[in-house]
Design a protein around this ligand. Structure first.
Ligand code: GUN
Ligand code: ZN
Length: 440
C-alpha cells in the first residue's frame, strides 16, 4: 500500500549556501507518495491524488513536509548527562562524561539509554544520527540494535581511547581498538540502513600507535566514514601540542596517522590554522558545526561564512550531551546566533538545508537521505509552523514561506514536530512523556 502525504513541501534543488535560497523548492499544496520505503513520486497535491487514486491519504493541511533532520555528530551515551553545569571541555569530560560513559560496560544500561535516545531524537524530528559510542563494543551493539528495530538510517562507531589521559576503566589498547572496531564494522556496516564509523575520540586520548592502527583500518575500509574531534577549545589545542610535540598542528596528529581524508568528519573545527583549513579543503573532509555545544561549553564561534565560501563541506549537529538540546530546530537557532556574532545572517533556507541535506552531504549520504525527491529514502518530518502561541502570532504576520518558517527555527522545539516517518513508515512518537525521577 502506498501512502500519499499532503501538505506544504520543502525540498532543495541545490546548495543554498553557495547557490542562494532560490534553490529551495516550496509547494504550498504539495504531496509526496511513499512506497516500499522510498519517495516514489512528488509534486502538486491534486495531481498526485489523481495519479495515485489507490494510495492511503494523510492530509497534514498547512504543516510543512520536510526531509527528517540529520544530526551529524552526537554522543548518545551522554543522553542522561545533558545540561550538566559549569565546566569547560576538559573538566566537563572528566567530571560528567567519563563517569557516565563507564556505565556502558553494562549492556542493559546501554540498551536503556539507546531506547531513550531514539525516543527523544525522533520526537524532535531527527531521523538520522551519526553518534559516538563509548569504548565498550556493547554500546555500539545497543545503538545499532535499536536503530535497526526502528528501521532507521543510522551511523555510529566504538569510541577509541588508549592513552592514560583517559581514566582507567575507560581505556582500550591500539590492538583491541583495531580488533573491536573491525569486528563491529563487519557485523553492522551495510546491514539494513546502518553504517559503521571508525571513531578515535580525539588525539589527546589516543596514543600515536592507536591513531596509526585506526588509520590502517580506515585504509582497509575506505567506504566507511571516520569521525573525531578537532580544535574545539584553545586549552585542548595546547594539550595536543604538548602530547604531540613534533606535529605541525592539531590536524597533523590525524594526518600523519592516516586519519585525514574524504569521509573524515571533524567535529567542531573552530580554532583552525590556515594550513589546517587548506588541507581539510584539499581532501574534501567534512566539518561538523555543533553550535549549542560551542556556546554551552564555551568553545568559540565556528567560521561558517569563511569555511563555506572556501568550499568546505559542512554539516550541522547537536553534539549531545556537550550540546544542550536534542532538537535540530534549536541547533539551527544556535547556528543562526553564532553566525550573527560573526556578522553573517544565515538565511532560513541555509539553516534548513544545513539540518537536512547539508548534514546528509557531510555524511556522504545526500544521494539517499536529507531531501525530498523521487528515489530518496522516505525519512520525513512534518512540522507544525504554529506550534505555540508565541510562534503562531509571529508566523501569522508572515509574508512568505521563509518568514513563516523562521519563527519555528528560532523558537520551535519538539512541540513543532507533528509526525515523523522513517524508512517509509510512520513512527509513534514516544519521547514526549516525562522521565520520572523518584528523588525529585
Ligand atoms: N572532545 C572529546 N570528546 C568530546 C565529547 O564527548 N564532547 C565534546 N563536545 N568534545 C569532545
Ligand atoms: Zn563530540
Amino acid at each position: 500500500m502506498a501512502d500519499l502525504l499532503l501538505g506544504q513541501t520543502l525540498a532543495f534543488d541545490g546548495n543554498p549556501m553557495t547557490d542562494g535560497p532560490g534553490v529551495a523548492r516550496h509547494d504550498r499544496t504539495g504531496a509526496i507518495l511513499i512506497r516500499d520505503g522510498r519517495i516514489a513520486d512528488m509534486g502538486d497535491g491534486d495531481t498526485l491524488r489523481q495519479r495515485h487514486p489507490q494510495a492511503r491519504v494523510t492530509d497534514y493541511g498547512r504543516a510543512l513536509i520536510s526531509a527528517g533532520f540529520v544530526d551529524a555528530h552526537a554522543h548518545y551515551p551522554q543522553t542522561a548527562i545533558i545540561a550538566s553545569w559549569g565546566k569547560r571541555l576538559i573538566d566537563w569530560l572528566n567530571s560528567y562524561t567519563f563517569p557516565e560513559e563507564m556505565r556502558f560496560s553494562d549492556p542493559a544500561y546501554a540498551a536503556d539509554i539507546a531506547t531513550r535516545y531514539f525516543d527523544l531524537t525522533l520526537a524532535n524530528g531527527t531521523t538520522t544520527v551519526c553518534s559516538y559510542g563509548t569504548i565498550h563494543p556493547e554500546s555500539v551493539d545497543a545503538y545499532f540494535t535499536e536503530a535497526q528495530r526502528r528501521g532507521l538510517c543510522a551511523f555510529a562507531g566504538k569510541t577509541c581511547m588508549d592513552r592514560d589521559t583517559a581514566p582507567g576503566g575507560l581505556r582500550d589498547s591500539a590492538q583491541s581498538a583495531y580488533d573491536d572496531s573491525k569486528r563491529l564494522l563487519e557485523r553492522w556496516h551495510g546491514q539494513d540502513r546502518l553504517s559503521y564509523v571508525i571513531t578515535p575520540r580525539f588525539s589527546p586520548t589516543s596514543t600515536p600507535e592507536q591513531l596509526q592502527a585506526l588509520g590502517a583500518l580506515w585504509a582497509e575500509h575506505p567506504d566507511c566514514l571516520m569521525q573525531t574531534h578537532l580544535s574545539e577549545q584553545t586549552d585542548e589545542i595546547a594539550w595536543v601540542k604538548s602530547l604531540y610535540p613534533t606535529a605541525r598542528d592539531y590536524l597533523d596528529t590525524y594526518e600523519s596517522h592516516g586519519l585525514l581524508g574524504h569521509g573524515g568528519l571533524y567535529g567542531h573545527a573552530i580554532h583552525l590554522e590556515p594550513r589546517e583549513v587548506d588541507r581539510l579543503r584539499e581532501v574534501d573532509a567534512s566539518l561538523i558545526h555543533c553550535p549549542t555545544s560551542n556556546t554551552f561549553i564555551g568553545s568559540g564561534l565556528f567560521d561558517m561564512d569563511g569555511l563555506t565560501r572556501a568550499g568546505h563541506r559542512v554539516g550541522l549537529a547537536t553534539d549531545t550531551g556537550g550540546g544542550s538540546s536534542f532538537s535540530m530546530l534549536r541547533t539551527m537557532a544556535a547556528a543562526y546566533e553564532v553566525a550573527q556574532l560573526r556578522h553573517r545572517a544565515l538565511h532560513p533556507a541555509e539553516l534548513w538545508w544545513l539540518a537536512t541535506a547539508g548534514s546528509a552531504r557531510s555524511l556522504l549520504a545526500d544521494h539517499r537521505i536529507g531531501n525530498l525527491a523521487a528515489g530518496m529514502e522516505a525519512d520525513i518530518a512534518v512540522i507544525d509552523l504554529a506550534s505555540t502561541p508565541a510562534i503562531a502570532q509571529r508566523a501569522n504576520r508572515a509574508g512568505d514561506i521563509w518568514e513563516a518558517i523562521f519563527p519555528t527555527i528560532m523558537m520551535g522545539d519538539d512541540r513543532a514536530i507533528r509526525a515523523v516517518w522513517a524508512g517509509g513508515r510512520e513512527v509513534t512518537l514516544s519521547g514526549r512523556g516525562p522521565y520520572k525521577n523518584p528523588t525529585l
